[in-house]
Unconditional design. Sequence first.
Length: 186
Amino acid sequence: MGKMKLNPTVDGLTGKLGNMVHRQLWGKHVVSRLPDFSDRVLTPKQVAQNNKYKGAGQIWRGLAAEVKAAYNAWGKRLNKPPYALFNKNCACPPTVEDVDVSKYAGQAGQPIRIRAVDLFEVASVEIRVREAGGNVVEKGAAVRSENDPKEWVYQTTATVKNPVGASVEAVATNWPGNQGNRIQLV
């Protein structure tokens, strides 16, 4: 592959110019021929994947400026486009690694600790406390710990009449809207 040092004006080019495409990939200027898609026929699986990326684009446009800034910072650290990282994050739901109910005995005002991780960042964690029969006793949003960004804490507000067989479900959501959950028996 040939390499050359470009004039700063040319190095800043991106997009189509004539029959050439200029772009920045992993911190380097790349020039390629304009692709020819005139004879291309997409399979149903490819159409579904394209629609998935279109949906990700709509979510990206609706993100708050501070979230986009965080993706930009992440992209600079990895030397990758922030939108590409967002698309990758769209494909991976967050994981709830642990629901710690060791200090919860079914009473109001007791903490439930959750450890949730994501490729980028967990946006929110919701808790549902259910009785043994499956009836929801309470639900609400957990608060991110100040000490550890992967730890969330929920303070219970209701008392479970019979905590035997009760369960706590933690649902973590990332910025693209993917969810992961874990259920823990009390």
